[in-house]
Design a protein around this ligand. Structure first.
Ligand code: LR7
Ligand code: MN
Length: 610
């Protein structure tokens, strides 16, 4: 037994352990030998198994044949993704390990130790819905240029992104992969990366922006050098899943003005675990932040909606496929936008308002490392999201931009640069109004005034009170033995939530009494709903809000794990989390894993004995 453990460790370490202090060059090239071996293996799998096309029928009208993808690579994926192995990689054995992990968290906001040890190839679970196996795709799909922009990315995550594309895409669909170095500050990696690419990865091209461009202009820079019919953008810390590319390309083959977005699976930044995401779609709030929305019923009623493309009001931004000509014709991106933020809503509004179509394609899955913070700023420290949001509000949102200003009164008078060429673009393309977009593409969206003006109706509460009593009580946090309550005694809107000693009587008890409505809301003392707000750098906090009855981020589902539960918020794809050590720090949302900070129970008031 010991021997087996030892051997399997050796196998893992084959990938990872390197002699005392190799130069980057040695490191990369010793790795490369392993990769070459491994690659043959993968290639074989790729050609003979995972991409077996069986001709289904000739479709003479469109001039192409339809093929079924035969999916016998699946067992390979499942057998090789091993969480225990992954946990082993995180074990710290030396001070050097410790240093790497700390440095990784500081510079990249993820676990660099595990990432580096994983190497460029790794198996991940096939996270697709089973129905996807029966989907058919045309065989003569257009070729893609994959564009990956990065600023200060770790080389292991960068190359895992690149190599996953090479491993899991039929080669004939990959015209090239362009990695765009957005003038990273880690200049010591520049030459090794370039050399490695030139020597070993023939389809991959390294280009560098003349100066730090920010991800928006960096993407345009990359796109301008691409020659494939389709552009596929990826973040620099992704891993594409089995058959990720065929469903995307088929949508574009069917219509050049369709923009296709894969489902973003979650790679945990602390453990590098690959977790399947639920099927949700893109929305936004009036602060112009992206949010995940649950699918509206009208979509869930469609047969096989779990494997068919669904239209989405917005996209998250980083991962999508678009016809190159269409991308250019419809104005690429707003070059006046800096560094990070807002471009995803801008391109989403533009696609819909100007006659295109934005879809989420459930059978295409790509993992992305969701970090808890962004480890870089903008060159001058500005808030680029706010400036970018202002630009898009002024160009695309007509009178509805007022709602944004109401949320950000300071934004009203902030400078946002010259937008005249974007206004001209909108005219030239003959785009529809924002009102049209809201009414036709995003009818589920509510205006902030709708919520504010609606009086709290008692009738609603009465109706909601008739819920199973099992889901009524205190929300007890096991790890701290505390109960969830509002940060303020009275129920104020927007209050954060904190953990406090559980109270068993009177007013205090009432302030800790929650129940779950039929609509999956969690109401505190029958008054306010547990909601989520993205406050800062992607970190989401739990907040009390007026119940709006529209689901979205106010909808919570219980994930049972034995006698404990996690409170899962499908809109954000995350779980309610209590801080493990600091008393009084507000509850936020975290990736749903098995850490104790996510474990809760509904607690009944102990019966009074005397
Ligand atoms: O100056 C920069 N130059 C760059 O090239 C800053 C960043 N970048 C690169 C960076 O290395 C990364 O590859 O741009 C990419 C995106 O930056 P991240 O990963 O730090 O940001 P993110 O994942 O939080 O960003 C999400 O929102 C952004 C808004 O501007 C972009 O649209 C990102 O592409 C987007 N990522 C995703 O949609 C993946 C899913 C995350 C969500 C929700
Ligand atoms: Mn990212």
């Amino acid at each position: 037994f010991v021997c087996v453990v030892f051997l399997s460790l050796m196998q893992v370490y084959n990938w990872t352990v390197f002699n005392s202090s190799p130069s980057t060059h040695e490191y990369l090239s010793s790795k490369n030998r392993l990769i070459a071996d491994r690659r043959q293996h993968y290639r074989a799998i790729n050609e003979t198994q995972s991409s077996t096309f069986i001709k289904k029928k000739d479709n003479h009208n469109d001039g192409y044949s339809e093929y079924v993808v035969k999916d016998n690579s699946d067992p390979f994926m499942r057998d090789h993704y091993d969480i225990k192995k992954l946990h082993n990689l995180g074990v710290i054995r030396t001070p050097e390990d410790q240093r790497l992990r700390d440095e990784g968290h500081r510079q990249h906001a993820f676990n660099l130790l595990i990432s580096d040890r994983l190497g460029f190839h790794r198996a991940i679970p096939d996270s697709r819905n089973k129905r996807c196996v029966n989907e058919t795709y045309p065989v003569d799909l257009p070729e893609a240029s994959v564009i990956i922009c990065y600023f200060n990315e770790a080389w292991s995550t960068l190359f895992r992104t690149v190599v996953s594309v090479l491993d899991r895409s039929p080669q004939r669909y990959i015209k090239e992969i362009i990695i765009v170095d957005d003038t990273s500050e880690m200049t010591q990696w520049r030459d090794p990366i370039r050399t490695y690419v030139d020597k070993n990865l023939p389809k991959v091209r390294y280009v560098k922006t003349p100066e730090r461009a920010g991800l928006i202009r960096a993407r345009m820079f990359g796109a301008s050098q691409a020659s494939g019919q389709v552009l596929i953008f990826l973040d620099s810390h992704c891993e594409v899943n089995l058959h990720w590319i065929e469903p995307l390309l088929s949508r574009i083959k069917a219509s050049k003005s369709t923009v296709a977005v894969p489902v973003m699976d979650i790679i945990n930044p602390d453990t590098m675990e690959y977790v399947s995401s639920p099927l949700v779609r893109g929305g936004f709030n009036w602060g112009l932040h992206y949010r995940w929305d649950q699918l509206p019923d009208r979509i869930k009623q469609v047969k096989d909606y779990l494997s068919k493309p669904i239209e989405s009001p917005t996209m998250a931004g980083g991962l999508f496929a678009i016809d190159r000509q269409y991308f250019n014709d419809m104005g690429q991106y707003d070059a006046g936008m800096d560094v990070w933020g807002g471009e995803n809503l801008e391109i989403s509004f533009r696609i819909w308002q100007c006659g295109g179509r934005l879809e989420i394609v459930p059978c295409s899955r790509v993992g992305h490392i969701f970090r808890k913070r962004r480890p870089y700023g903008s060159p001058k420290g500005q808030d680029t999201t706010l400036k970018n949001s202002l630009r898009l509000a002024h160009v695309w949102m007509d009178e509805y931009k007022e709602h944004f200003f109401k949320m950000n009164s300071a934004a009203r008078n902030m400078p946002y640069g010259d937008i005249s060429d974007r206004v001209v673009l909108r005219k030239q393309l003959g785009c529809k109004s924002f009102k049209w977009y809201l009414e036709n593409i995003y009818p589920e969206q509510v205006l902030p005034t709708d919520k504010k003006d609606a009086p709290l109706s008692l009738g609603k509460f009465k109706r909601k009170e008739k819920v199973a009593s099992a889901l009524r009580g205190q929300i007890y946090h096991l790890h701290s033995s505390l109960c969830v309550q509002s940060e303020s005694d009275v129920f104020t809107k927007k209050a954060m939530l904190v953990l406090e000693p559980c109270q068993d009587f009177g007013k205090e008890y009432k302030y800790q009494t929650w129940y779950k409505s039929k609509d999956d809301e969690l109401l505190l003392s029958d008054i306010l709903c547990l909601d989520v707000e993205n406050v800062f750098q992607g970190r989401s906090f739990a907040r009390l809000m007026k119940c709006h009855g529209n689901g979205g981020s106010q909808s919570w589902t219980i994930k049972k794990n034995g006698s404990v539960m996690m409170l899962y918020n499908p809109a954000t794809g995350k779980c309610l989390r209590g801080s493990q050590d600091e008393n009084g720090s507000p509850l936020d949302l975290g990736i749903c894993d098995d850490t104790p900070s996510l474990s809760f129970q509904f607690r009944k008031r102990p019966s009074r004995s005397n």
